[in-house]
Structure formats: C-alpha cells, structure tokens
Design a protein around this ligand. Sequence first.
Ligand SMILES: NC(=O)c1ccc[n+]([C@@H]2O[C@H](COP(=O)([O-])OP(=O)(O)OC[C@H]3O[C@@H](n4cnc5c(N)ncnc54)[C@H](OP(=O)(O)O)[C@@H]3O)[C@@H](O)[C@H]2O)c1
Length: 328
Amino acid sequence: MSETMTAIEITKPGGPEVLQPTTRPVPVPAHGQVVIKVAYAGVNRPDALQRAGMYAPPPTASDLPGLEASGEVVALGEGVSDIALGDQVCALLPGGGYAEYVATPAAHCLPVPDGMGLKEAACLPETFFTVWSNVFMRGGLTAGERFLVHGGSSGIGTTAIQLAHAFGARVFVTAGTDKKCAACMELGAEAAINYRDMDFVDVLEAEGGADLILDMVGGEYIPRNLKALAPDGRLVQIAFLQGPKVEVNFAMLMTKRLTMTGSTLRPQSDLAKARIAQELREAVWPLLSAGRVAPVMDSSYPLAEAAAAHARMEGSGHIGKIVLEVAP
Ligand SMILES: NC(=O)c1ccc[n+]([C@@H]2O[C@H](COP(=O)([O-])OP(=O)(O)OC[C@H]3O[C@@H](n4cnc5c(N)ncnc54)[C@H](OP(=O)(O)O)[C@@H]3O)[C@@H](O)[C@H]2O)c1
C-alpha cells in the first residue's frame, strides 16, 4: 500500500469550487479502527455545510469531507477482532470519506447487504444511522402511527419513508415538486404534500394529527409542526435549513402534551454510534438483504468532480442519494 493517497480537501470555506484534489498520507488505524480502501463515498448535506464553514468537524476527526463510504478493509488496528482483512463493508465515518483510504472504528462498519453493490452500500450509513436513531430510538415510532417527514425526497427523507413504511407506520411527506412527491409515493408514502400548493398542517389535521414529525427545515415550520402534531405527538429536529430562530407560542406543548427533541449524529461518542450500528444490524440489515428497503440513487460523479456533486445537491433537483466513484 502506498504511503500517500489522493483526496478532496476543503481549501477554504466557500462554494463547491473550494473542493480541490490534494495528496495526503494514507491513514493509520488507531486502536479499534480499520482502514478501508474506498470504492465509493456518499455525499450528504452536512458535507456542504462543512465546506461552507458552518459545520466544523469534531476535533479528533479528519478535516477531509465525507461521512460514509464502502470498500475493502485493508488494515486493522489493535483490538479489532470481528472484521478481517479483505472484508467488504460500508461504514459511518467521522470524516475523510472523499479519499482513496479512510480510517473509522470497526464498530461503525456494517456488511454490504446481500445482493447489493458497493455503490448503493456507500449510500447507507449516514442516512440509516440518522433515521434509525432519530425516528425509532429517539422518536419511538411504532406500527400504525402517523409519521410526517419533511424533505421526503432527500437522502434522509427517502430512507425515512421506507423504514417507517416497513415498520408499519402511516407515512406522510412534504416535498417541493410533483415529481418528488410521486417518487415519495412510490417508496411507500400514503400522502405526499407539495408544499408549494398545499399546507401540510391542513392535511395532517384532517387525519387526526401526526404522532411523530421528523423535521430538517425548522424556521416557520416549527410553529406549524406543533399545530400538525396529534395529542402526545413528538417532534424530532435534525436540521434547520430555514434557520433555528423563530417566535413560537409554546402553549400547545402543554395542551397537547407534546415532546420536542433532536440530535446530530457526528458529535456523538463512538459507543453511541456503535449502539446504533448494532440495532441497524439486527433490525434493518435483514430488510436490506431481502430487498424490502434500498437506497434511492440519484447520480454518481468521479471523486475529482466532487464540486459538481455538491452543486447538484445544493440545486435540490436530486431525488435520493449522490455518490462519488473513488475506485469502483
Ligand atoms: N442531525 C443529523 O444527525 C443529520 C444527519 C444527516 C443529515 N442531516 C440533515 O438532514 C437534512 C437532509 O440531509 P440530506 O443529506 O438527506 O440532504 P438532501 O438530500 O440535500 O436534502 C435536503 C432537502 O431539503 C429540501 N430543502 C433544501 N433547502 C430547503 C429550504 N431552504 N427549505 C426547505 N426545504 C429545503 C430539498 O427538498 P425540496 O425540493 O423538497 O424542498 C432537499 O431535497 C440536511 O439538512 C442535513 O444537514 C442531519
């Protein structure tokens, strides 16, 4: 294995053009880590936030972007016993996925599901860890409940629709075009609300309210989410695409006995992420191997064209996941 590798770095905070090829040392695995020879790397909205200087990596993480990848395990750190050299895995990363090699805790690796290619597998970890931990572990979604996810056609949204549907919830989504709404319906949504034409509050109120809302929009959606929730409903906030500050009348929190919560995945401890990985392995990986749930693929770009991949994502024309080809 060579000592250096090609990677994409963020040369300075800015637009997609600040993503530039560079040469870096191949990472060495720390205790409990593996090094993966990356085949494909998933692209996620948090990568664009990091690139813009709005989402700093944790102090111990690589400064290179990239939160998920698939590929072959080529080096093992001390204390790694349940993964072998040559295993094909997909993995949640602390950062550094836009590169030929990346190090990550072995406990954050999962097998490539049966029958799935490395390209699709690269697109699993970030959204599946996020959706599982927020919708099921934190939000407690159960069969028969009414579940609303905003940004239904996003990487997160397409995952949330499929998992909620697979576990028996009634799924409602919002999205910004009729084409995106149609894609959400095909994935298992019972109703897809084009927010440019319809008010999601009206639709949910007519159904008795949402038991759980997964929101990435924030801003003026926050008071409307509280209105759209059923008594004892829960709101889980995972991002604020329209901003985190808004004036809200919290009286409904009392009268409807609502719960508001939220989380970000990246700063959580290795142990917390390992617990999510374990639950995914048991509850969700069998669904992926059976083909009942699959990542929705939008487009792929060579690693050197990471800037174009970010421009595609930030143009919001995509449906599902965007992936970088590193060594396909
Ligand atoms: N908390 C966590 O741990 C965590 C982890 C991963 C991702 N996230 C967040 O989850 C969100 C989705 O991530 P992703 O990678 O799936 O992103 P994505 O595929 O780029 O999707 C974002 C979607 O949000 C909608 N959108 C964009 N700008 C908007 C705006 N200003 N107002 C309303 N809607 C807007 C767009 O759909 P429409 O055309 O339908 O508007 C777009 O498809 C991101 O905000 C990301 O930062 C959080």
